[in-house]
Design a protein around this ligand. Structure first.
Ligand code: IVH
Length: 588
């Protein structure tokens, strides 16, 4: 690789602030109006995804420099001169322009074909080309350049940005044809919409739209921050995909002992935030996608979830070795076990697992204890003050204040929040216990079907899977959890601290079904079992899973089974599916 001479930019090459939505642009515009009033116009143009360049002319190209860090760039004049769309000669003895060197999509493809190489993207190839080729290179790449800036425009009689661009066009520079003068924000918004629609049809890559105030007098008035001008912003397209390097692979252990491999990434921007970590799910995923340390990876972020390594760009693979999954827990060093293709640390005393368990227990959808952060939990575990969840409710002021960095006020707040957390919904309490396969939705379903929390201590797998939406795996897991006497003692202890263990079924309409016990059996054509259940619960009925002499009604669908015999034994009133129509027709 060539060495390039360093050049100081007399006018620094700034970057741009970002907006990611029309709303954020309107906020930007509101700030502008606060400073300069309403008498201004905008120029919108494409944000070319290439390499920024500053070019000084003294009739001919005198010096071309890369942006570098914005203050100091590199002299790449030799490699910029061959760009055919740059004028060879201009009338003005002295002029400095700024713009973007880029490669068209077609040219990018041609080069990949010609060199039989898959480059990551056009921008990387431009950067590489600018630092490698020179006039004598036989495989000269057809670099191109759009100009979007003029230094000291007043020297050429230009009072607005738009005038400058016209002036430069007349001088022979290539100005992007999508440039648009907009007289108000609505026109800017229309431009954003139009470009968003056609961006993929363009012959070159863009990563957004640049919106600039047109009048130079306002550039002066608004000024710059150290990083970017206040008179312009970039509307960035939300990209949910990025490519970057996997520096390392490391394991984390969850509360159930499940081990997750993660990629430590070279920082990359994704959906407007900087990503340094992505999940690799499990050993099978790493193997299937052949993911190795040192690889270039395509990272995606779908919705709100944590980013994941989607696939590997194999073109840059040189001597990366296959990843060997570690045999031991990263926290407690226990030998890992494989269950259903997942690695687990089965050591119940593993502090990594314990930490995650507590973090989950205090989290928002669980006990919702504010101010109980991971760091505090970590320190309490170290001090042996947290062994089981019950210990949270026995923490004292003296114990907490002794932890370093803990202020009196935060200790009192935390103690108050711990106390407040006892006023919890039972579904959140059940979820908080962190029982494997009992997520919030399942916890809710289960709680709706019991009378008091203690019912769970003796509930059977059969009773659980009768609940619509509860599967065998969750049922088995819950029953196993409550087979452990220690869990029961721990929960009873927490309940005795002040949790109300009684399920509150919301009564919305009182009628003849209120305060009755109702059992449901068979299958239904028109209704989901759970909806029937919710309906009766809204009347204040209690849904039971077994028919006994205390049952008041049996709702009967098709193929009812033995419950119907039991019902007739006890003279229980039946409710048939056609009778449900009137009830179910009402709004709950
Ligand atoms: S104006 C002081 N206009 O975007 C304003 N920049 O994030 C400087 N870019 O470094 C930039 N197209 O590489 C401007 N039409 C355009 C642009 C553009 C692409 C790049 C440029 C700059 C970066 C800022």
């Amino acid at each position: 690789e060539q060495q390039f001479e360093k050049v100081v930019h007399v006018h620094p090459m700034l970057s741009l602030s970002n907006v990611f939505s029309v709303e954020e642009f309107v906020e930007f515009d509101t700030r502008i109006k606060k400073t300069i009033g309403t008498d201004y116009t905008y120029v919108c143009e494409l944000k070319i995804d290439g390499l920024a360049m500053s070019i000084k002319y003294e009739n001919e190209i005198k010096l071309a420099t890369t942006r570098g860090d914005g203050k100091v760039g590199e002299n790449v004049t030799h490699n910029v001169k061959p760009i055919t769309t740059l004028p060879k000669y201009i009338k003005h003895p002295k002029l400095e322009v700024r713009g973007e060197v880029f490669l068209s999509k077609q040219e990018f493809k041609n080069i990949c074909n010609l060199e039989q190489k898959q480059y990551a993207n056009a921008r990387n190839l431009v950067a590489g080309s600018i630092r490698q080729i020179n006039v004598n290179d036989p495989q000269k790449r057809n670099l191109d350049m759009f100009i979007y800036g003029l230094i000291n425009p007043e020297l050429y009689g230009c009072e607005t940005y738009y005038e400058s661009m016209n002036f430069l066009k007349n001088e022979g520079f290539k100005i992007n044809e999508k440039i648009k003068l907009c007289t108000d924000t609505n026109e800017v918004i229309a431009y954003i919409k139009e470009i968003t629609k056609i961006r993929n049809e363009l012959e070159y890559d863009i990563d957004g739209i640049v919106i600039k105030i047109n009048e130079y007098k306002y550039h002066k008035e608004l000024g710059n921050t150290v990083k970017y001008p206040k008179w312009a912003t970039a509307y960035k397209f939300k990209s949910d995909e990025a490519i970057t390097k996997i520096n390392d692979i490391f394991l984390t252990v969850g509360r159930t002992g499940k081990i997750t491999p993660n990629a430590d990434l070279l920082a990359v921007s994704l959906m407007g935030s900087t990503i340094t970590r992505a999940t690799l799910h499990n050993a099978a995923y790493i193997k299937a996608k052949d993911i190795r340390i040192g690889d270039n990876a395509i990272i995606i972020k779908a919705g709100d979830v944590i980013p994941r390594v989607e696939k590997i760009d194999f073109t840059n693979r040189i001597n990366q070795v296959e990843y060997e999954f570690p045999k031991h827990c990263p926290v407690c060093s226990s030998v890992l076990e494989i269950i259903d293709l997942e690695h687990y640390c089965l050591n119940e005393l593993c502090t990594g697992r314990k930490l995650e368990g507590f973090v989950h227990f205090v989290s928002r959808n669980a006990m919702n204890i504010d101010g109980f952060g991971r760091k505090i939990i970590e320190r309490l575990i170290e001090h042996n003050l947290l062994k089981t969840y019950r210990d949270i409710y026995y923490l004292t002021y003296e114990q907490l204040i002794e932890l370093d960095n803990f202020q009196e006020k935060s200790v009192n707040n935390l103690l108050l929040n711990i106390k407040k957390s006892l006023d919890v919904q039972l579904e959140n309490f059940l979820y908080a216990l962190g029982i494997k396969f009992i997520g919030l939705v399942t916890a809710k379903l289960i709680i709706q079907n019991i009378n008091e929390f203690e019912d769970l201590f003796t509930i059977t797998v059969g009773e659980l899977i009768e609940i619509d939406g509860v599967g065998l795996v969750s049922a088995n897991s819950l029953v196993t959890y409550f087979e452990d006497e220690e869990n029961i003692l721990m929960i009873q202890d927490i309940i005795s601290c002040g949790i109300n263990p009684i399920v509150k079924h919301k009564i919305i309409n009182k009628n003849k079904y209120s305060d009755t016990k109702i059992c449901i059996t068979g299958t239904f054509d028109k209704y989901r079992r759970n909806d029937i259940k919710l309906k009766f619960e809204s009347y204040g009925s209690k849904i039971v899973t077994q028919v006994s002499k205390n049952t008041d009604f049996l709702v009967v669908g098709q193929k009812p089974g033995s419950k119907i015999n039991k019902a007739s034994e006890h003279g229980i009133t039946l409710i048939k599916e056609n009778e449900l129509d009137v009830l179910m027709g009402e709004e709950i």
